[in-house]
Write a protein that binds this ligand. Structure first.
Ligand code: C2E
Ligand code: CA
Ligand code: CA
Length: 715
């Protein structure tokens, strides 16, 4: 632009009249007017530009500028006529980060249409785009027009976007975009590429369905439909992703629609939750599996049983539930220690699994109790076969780190829907049936029958009334004479415990002793037996002046540290003036199979005090005779089941004869139990048995009756 008015458009013709002059003046006036208004238009245009504009001529003098330019550099005054260099020096340089950028381009080359664009950062944080264009008149260069355009916002936005893109790309979480129509990945961040193990190129050919082995395309499309329709904004779901190498991992997917781009697409944010899932599974396992045996626990069993009941309810099928309790487990656990006990349980668990089909469930209920669940039982016979398998498998010796032990199993069986309608009642009934197996002598199975319910009620009642029963003197000792076969004399008796229940009548010890053992009451009961027996023993020795002896039965549990009272017993005997040898303690073989230190100490203590030890029920258990050498045993009591048939079964007689010979060789005396006939007695005499006990001589009798017998002099 130039301030110089254009030259007159025409010249007056020679000798022109005044009218022409007037017209010419008017035309000139009008032209001036027009020029003025053109200038006005230009000025307003300049001022209404959002950019700062300054025009500099060839001499670097500022020709014009707008208000915005002045404001931009905080100039309060007139700059037209000043040199650009001085303005830059005074106003601009102090305000910009990089003053060198303010320099104008070199006098330009050939193309006058070039525009020089540069970015100038202000100290106050704003950013300007400076555009320098040549000003020309025709083809002649006559200065510069400089625009200052504020791009602070634009820069901030792009920087923000770049930052975001960077964050997304670098994120360890997997982030990807895929096309809403074709489902093809349009972007997959570095985290996802690295984790999935595919290159960006490979992924470009794939869709999210290709990495989801649990879903096909139709399922996936159905799942994202609510996002497409706008019904839902965010979809959150857990699934499994598959890497290029085939490995799987658990993920949490956040899926959203993105409609900002040129094509609608989905944005997925993937969180790898395999650690959390693993931890969750571990917690679940811990809550549902038994750590020792790896078997399902009570909770899982109850779940499965409930499930199977629901299934069978629909299909009309049958289920068998077996309750299994290891016989003698407590004893082994107490004598060999918990580590061996654990080994036994783990081995027992394995044997149980072998005894059933893969589709059956074996669970550990706690302690030495297991449950087998046979769903879809086609015929009850299968239950019998399985129970037989279990009993047989459990009967084989267990090798616990070199200790060979024998355990057996007692099994109770119930059938659904025959015996119960829900998991709880089925398990309760199976437990009752198992109990019957125990009282039948263990190592067998029993089917549930309704009267077992009564038996269990009775057991509960007995357990709860035992303690008061003892306090209220419902217990007493009976004594059964033991005859010395060499002399025919009686100076020994076995003390046998009796419970006369006020309403239920006499309860046999075979029934209440196991209950006392289970409930822990055996400790108190055993103490009472000792005190009572000692009382009578002291009295009879005094009354008769003879060497009367009494034997008492001691449960293996009483050898446990918490019940151990051998020191007290020895002391009490001394106080009553009863010598050690007058008391015999009857123990079962099981206790001695693997003697622990506490038991051994206790037995040594008895020996030192002269107290006699007898092995009760000899022959029915393990008959591992090695302990007879090692430990100080005084008597063997041959079990009634052998004595019973010696008059009819030659083999039994031979066996007893061999036992007696061996016992004598080891310096032990032998007592035959359950002698019921004169013939049995005669045979026992012939094979040099030392003592005999049984109905043939006398039944267990009240203490007073035995006392009368002693005093009678019949002995
Ligand atoms: P056990 O120690 O084997 O006692 C012998 C059992 O055989 C007694 O049964 C006795 O009455 C019975 N008996 C004796 N002679 C004959 C016979 O000729 N024929 C038959 N058929 N049986 C005979 P009981 O009194 O019912 O005791 C059963 C079991 O209870 C005992 O077996 C013993 O293991 C236990 N027991 C009894 N009293 C106590 C006690 O004070 N403490 C402990 N821990 N157990 C006891
Ligand atoms: Ca006995
Ligand atoms: Ca016995």
């Amino acid at each position: 632009m130039t301030a110089t008015p254009p030259p007159p458009a025409s010249t007056a013709p020679p000798g022109a009249p005044a009218a022409w002059e007037r017209r010419e003046r008017l035309r000139a006036e009008l032209e001036q007017q027009a020029n003025l208004s053109a200038l006005q238009v230009l000025r307003t245009t300049l001022e209404s530009s959002p950019d700062g504009i300054v025009v500099v001529d060839l001499d670097d003098t500022i020709v014009t500028c707008n208000r915005r330019y002045l404001d931009l550099w905080k100039i309060d005054g007139v700059v037209v006529g000043l040199t650009k260099a001085s303005v830059v020096r005074e106003f601009c340089t102090p305000m910009v980060e990089n003053p060198r950028a303010l320099e104008l381009p070199e006098r330009q080359g050939s193309d006058l249409r070039d525009v020089y664009v540069s970015e100038i950062a202000m100290k106050d944080g704003r950013v300007f785009e400076r555009r320098v264009a040549a000003q020309t008149e025709g083809d002649v260069f006559c200065g510069w027009v400089i625009h200052w355009h504020d791009i602070t916002e634009r820069r901030r936005a792009t920087r923000h976007r770049d930052q975001l893109a960077h964050v997304v790309e670098r994120s360890l979480n997997e982030i990807y975009l895929f096309d809403a129509k074709t489902l093809h990945f349009s972007y997959v961040n570095a985290g996802a590429r690295a984790n999935l193990g595919y290159t960006a190129e490979q992924l470009g050919q794939m869709t999210p369905v290709d990495i989801k082995p649990e879903m096909d395309e139709a399922q996936f499309r159905a799942m994202i439909a609510p996002l497409l329709s706008g019904e839902q904004e965010l979809l959150k779901f857990e699934t499994v992703h598959q890497r290029a190498d085939g490995s799987l991992y658990d993920v949490l997917v956040h899926l959203q629609m993105d409609t900002h781009g040129d094509r609608p697409s989905f944005v997925a944010l993937i969180l790898d939750i395999s650690e959390r899932k693993k931890a969750e599974r571990q917690i679940w396992d811990q809550a549902h599996y038994d750590t020792l045996t790896g078997l399902p626990n009570r909770i899982l069993l109850q779940d499965r049983l409930a499930q199977k009941i629901a299934q069978s309810h629909r299909t009309g099928g049958r289920i068998a539930v077996m309750f299994i309790d290891l016989d003698r487990f407590k004893e082994i656990n107490d004598t060999l220690g918990h580590a061996q006990g654990d080994l036994l349980l783990a081995q027992a668990a394995r044997r149980l699994q072998h005894a059933v089909r893969a589709s059956d469930t074996v669970a550990r209920m706690g302690g030495d109790e297991f449950v087998v669940l046979i769903p879809e039982l086609q015929e009850p016979r299968l239950a019998i076969r399985t129970a037989e398998n279990i009993v047989e498998n459990m009967g084989a010796p267990f090798d616990l780190d070199g200790h060979v032990v024998n355990v057996s199993a007692s099994v109770g069986i119930v059938l659904y829907p025959d015996d119960g309608q829900d998991a709880e009642s089925l398990l309760r009934c199976a437990d009752q049936a198992m109990y019957l197996s125990k009282s039948r002598g263990r190592n067998c199975y029993t089917f549930y029958t309704p009267d077992l319910e009564q038996a269990s009620q009775r057991r509960l009642r007995l357990v709860s009334q035992m303690r008061t029963g003892l306090a209220e003197q419902q217990f007493c000792l009976n004594f059964q004479p033991i005859v010395d076969l060499a002399t025919g004399m009686v100076h020994k008796a076995e003390a046998l415990l009796r419970w006369n229940h006020p309403t239920l009548g006499p309860i046999p010890p075979g029934e209440f002793i196991p209950l006392a053992e289970d409930s822990g009451f055996i400790g108190d009961l055993g103490e009472w037996v000792f005190e009572e027996a000692l009382q009578w023993l002291a009295r009879w020795r005094e009354l008769t002046g003879r060497d009367v002896q009494v034997s008492i039965n001691k449960s293996p549990l009483q050898f446990q540290a918490r019940y151990r009272r051998d020191h007290v017993w020895v002391q009490r005997m001394r106080q009553r003036g009863v010598p050690g040898h007058a008391l015999t303690i009857e123990i079962t073989e099981g206790l001695l199979i693997d003697v622990n230190e506490a038991t051994q100490e206790c037995l040594l203590h008895y020996r030192d005090a002269g107290i006699q030890v007898a092995i009760d029920d000899f022959g029915v258990g393990y008959s591992a005779l090695s302990y007879l050498n090692r430990l100080d045993i005084d008597f063997l009591k041959i079990d009634r089941s052998f004595v019973q048939h010696i008059d009819t079964r030659r083999a039994d007689l031979t066996l007893i004869e061999a036992i007696i010979k061996m016992a004598h060789a080891l310096g032990l005396k032998v007592v035959a139990e359950g002698v019921e006939t004169a013939q049995q007695l005669e045979l026992l005499r012939q094979i040099e048995c030392d003592f005999a006990q049984g109905y043939h001589f006398a039944r267990p009798m009240p203490a007073k009756a035995f006392e009368a017998m002693l005093l009678d002099g019949r002995t």
